[in-house]
Design a protein around this ligand. Sequence first.
Ligand code: ZN
Length: 128
Amino acid sequence: MIELIDIESCFNITHLPQNWERFMPDDGSAYDSHVFEPLTYKCICGYMVEFKDVDFKKHRLSNFSNLTPKDDDVFNKYIKQNNLKVNSFLDFYCPKCGKATRIFFSSGYGGRHGDYIVDIELALAVKK
Ligand SMILES: [Zn+2]
């Protein structure tokens, strides 16, 4: 019912912002930490879904699902059965192929500038 998505190959990046650890004082303003680079997810059908920091902030520590109760339940059962430790999630139906997909992430404020940091932890989809 559930398939595990390889996050390394389906996301352009799995940690945001990307470069704050590599910031060197002599580099000047090479990297603007206030620009949140969009995170792009590529569905198995090839459709690209883009996420911004507001998308993660909105779903942070929330149980809100964009899916039908039936699909929401499929994911919740899987998490429970496999005893997965997950933080926040956001989910969607792929606009092209309709695949129910849920992305799990952890997020918070940290780093040198108190940036909003997102880590993609896991992605699951309902098998059709
Ligand atoms: Zn798709």
